[in-house]
Design a protein around this ligand. Structure first.
Ligand code: AMP
Length: 398
């Protein structure tokens, strides 16, 4: 039986992808062992911990994970509800079921966030085509239809432009329950990561500005150069409000649309987040370490920045060559996530997920820290990182 007054020593993690690997790396440094559950043939997390190789809803696998762990967390929010329930009968699961249920359904998520007085885009549910007229009245003709469940990286979404037939566009989503959202003419997209401990304390990191192409995150900058002080303050406040209302334990990622000083929440993820990879080098304590600290019941550590600026570039579909990295003076971390000496200002580091390259797949990322963003240096690095140069501000002629 787990002693609730002592921090856990073995952390179970659902999912062995790059987020699981980075969580496992942070846990090892804290002397916490990890056991992963993931059906994959080989996983990035294999570099840092043992693995139960079953489907996420396999009862014997879940029972083994529960019996081998003091607490269980996850790297993705689409944990099947019955898997979470089965684990919860045997072991604490953090973040808890409220965070999971809320983030798994866009209608529940948006309604909940709005009920807290936190601004969201106008939205309306569409269960059948009969709901379309009322929904279109609510959100306007320039809108987006999103499936309530299961969408990510822009999947399960269709855009409706003025003059298009909403019935035909809706049919593209194959009858799934949908929400319609007003199209937001945002200046930029951003994220705020908040961590909440078992004692209810919260900490936030710098506001992060994100650039996507083809629905995939390409580049993140912290603090976001286009985010005003007023917008950043509002982002921090809204993220903490949501984390507190969910009684969340661990990191919560809140994605925003920014229009001047106005901020609207797009969605939340009850987990560490791709945009927060840069916290490994940029912050005194990374999102991964503070997530582990929170879920095992250790005190949170400072999220203050070590450098004025950090930029992260995602490698999509392929990785840069070793000699290219070396020639560009980019350091590497080893398989266990140890990167030798801490970065100095102006230095960059490559994180390799050891995944088989495939179109559209995130296979690694590069972070550069410094006193300011050196766009020329970022452009040089982006030219070397496959997929990164597709970010709108980096691509020529876009
Ligand atoms: P999501 O899966 O909800 O994060 O949406 C994927 C991407 O679609 C976002 O990162 C935005 O670039 C875009 N998007 C989603 N919802 C809206 C909206 N209401 N208005 C404008 N763009 C949106």
């Amino acid at each position: 039986m787990t002693d609730p007054t002592r921090p856990a020593r073995t952390l179970g993690i659902l999912g062995g992808g790059q987020l699981g690997w980075m969580l496992g790396t942070a846990a090892r440094r804290l002397g916490i062992e990890c056991v992963f559950l993931d059906p994959g043939e080989s996983c990035p997390s294999d570099m840092v911990g043992r693995r139960i190789r079953t489907a996420y809803d396999d009862e014997s696998g879940l029972d083994r994970l529960a019996s081998e762990s003091d607490v269980v967390t996850y790297e993705f929010e689409n944990v099947p509800a019955h898997a979470a329930a089965r684990l919860l009968e045997r072991v604490p699961v953090r973040p808890g079921p409220r965070s999971l249920e809320t983030s798994q359904d866009r209608l529940v998520e948006k309604s909940f966030i709005e009920s807290l007085g936190v601004p969201v885009p106008r939205f309306a549910p569409i269960d059948t085509p009969d709901d379309l007229p009322a929904a279109m009245k609510q959100v306007g003709s320039e809108s987006i239809f999103k499936t309530r469940r299961g969408g990510y990286d822009g999947k399960g979404q269709v855009r409706l432009h003025a003059g298009e037939d909403p019935v035909a566009r809706l049919a593209g989503l194959q009858g799934a329950p949908v929400i319609a959202e007003a199209l937001v003419p945002f200046d930029l997209e951003a994220s705020m990561l908040v961590v909440r401990g078992t004692d209810g304390s919260t900490l936030t990191w710098s506001a992060i500005q994100n650039e996507h192409a083809g629905g995939i995150l390409r580049r993140s900058d912290a603090p976001g150069p286009g985010i005003s002080a007023a917008a950043e303050t509002a982002m921090r406040r809204h993220a903490a409000t949501i984390a507190n209302a969910l009684e969340h334990v661990g990191v919560l990622a809140v994605e925003f649309f920014i229009l001047g000083n106005e901020v609207l929440v797009n969605e939340i993820a009850p987990r560490v987040h791709n945009s927060g990879h840069l916290t490994i080098e940029h912050a005194r304590t990374s999102q991964f370490e503070n997530h582990v600290r929170a879920v095992v019941g250790l005190p949170l550590e400072s999220t203050e920045p070590r450098f004025p600026m950090a930029t992260m570039l995602n490698a999509i579909g392929d990785r840069p060559g070793d000699s290219e990295l070396e020639n560009a003076g980019v350091g590497l971390i080893d398989e266990l996530g140890d990167g030798g000496s801490p970065l100095g200002s102006g230095q960059a580091r490559w994180h390799d997920y050891r995944k088989t390259p495939r179109a559209g797949r995130k296979v690694g990322h590069l972070t550069i820290v410094g006193d300011s963003i050196d766009e020329q240096r970022v452009a040089e690095l982006a030219a070397m990182v496959p997929g990164a140069a597709e970010a709108p501000s980096l691509a020529s002629g876009e």
